[in-house]
Design a protein around this ligand. Structure first.
Ligand SMILES: Nc1nc2c(ncn2[C@@H]2O[C@H](COP(=O)(O)OP(=O)(O)O)[C@@H](O)[C@H]2O)c(=O)[nH]1
Ligand SMILES: Nc1ncnc2c1ncn2[C@@H]1O[C@H](COP(=O)(O)OP(=O)(O)O)[C@@H](O)[C@H]1O
Length: 202
């Protein structure tokens, strides 16, 4: 029987660099997992491609997916829905490939309930001043929104205890390497591989 792939859940506070580190992982070599494209109701930004960056959908369409049980998880974030379509994740895992989700913490906690043997990785800033500098540097938010994001970030960092690994994003390339190494090591955990040896030892 085909061994199921690992579900990798990557999250962390807004502005810490999740998107940047995820792109570094996927643009480079040395990984063998698929990215699950999320669905959202937020407006498409210039340069974003439907089906690549997100599946852009209306609230009605999104709510229909929720009602039909077609989302692995979803959360409302700053007035919009974000979520992970279930079918792609299941089919990819069944085919033996690992799946990588980049999602915020509320969604990650839902995944943990449903898929407790997932690999939960939390990306942390070196410190809160650096986090603020990154959010300011990105230039997408007003001062008020930055303060809100920082408040939310403190709440989110408290939830780090729910994760298996904390990876500090000091340098993008180092953070990306750490994530790849964690996933590689997870494949060798005894509780994951013991099944293959049952016939020999029982
Ligand atoms: N729960 C959940 N969160 C998601 C999903 N996709 C993206 N997010 C998170 O939603 C938040 C907002 O994403 P986005 O609007 O792209 O803004 P940005 O990442 O702050 O530029 C980020 O923290 C994303 O990681 C998803 O499928 N589920
Ligand atoms: N290791 C890093 N050092 C310095 N700046 C970074 C680092 N990682 C990300 N950034 C910058 O921080 C900002 C937020 O990153 P982004 O990937 O959008 O965060 P998130 O997806 O977590 O909201 C971006 O301007 C990005 O270029």
């Amino acid at each position: 029987m085909q061994e199921r792939g690992l579900l990798i859940v990557f999250s962390g506070p807004s502005g810490v660099g999740k998107g940047t580190v995820r792109k570094e992982i996927f643009e480079g070599h040395g990984h063998d997992f698929d990215y699950s494209v999320s669905m959202t109701t937020r407006p498409q930004r210039p340069g974003e491609v439907d089906g690549v960056d997100y599946f852009f959908r209306t609230r009605e369409e999104f709510e229909e997916m929720i009602k039909n049980g077609q989302m692995l998880e979803y959360a409302e974030y700053v007035g919009n829905y974000y979520g992970t379509p279930l079918t792609y994740v299941n089919e990819t895992l069944d085919s033996g490939k690992d799946v990588f989700l980049e999602i915020e913490v509320q969604g990650a906690l839902q995944v943990k309930e449903k898929v407790p043997d997932g690999v939960f990785i939390f990306l942390t800033p070196p410190d809160l001043d650096e986090l603020r500098d990154r959010i300011v540097g990105r230039g997408t938010d007003s001062i008020d929104v930055i303060d809100q994001r920082m408040e939310k970030a403190r709440e989110e960092i408290k939830l780090m205890s729910e994760y298996d690994y904390a990876v500090v994003n000091d340098e993008v390339s180092k953070a990306a390497e750490r994530v790849k190494k964690i996933v590689e090591a997870e494949h060798f955990r005894v509780d994951r591989v013991i099944g293959k040896y049952r016939a020999m030892i029982d």
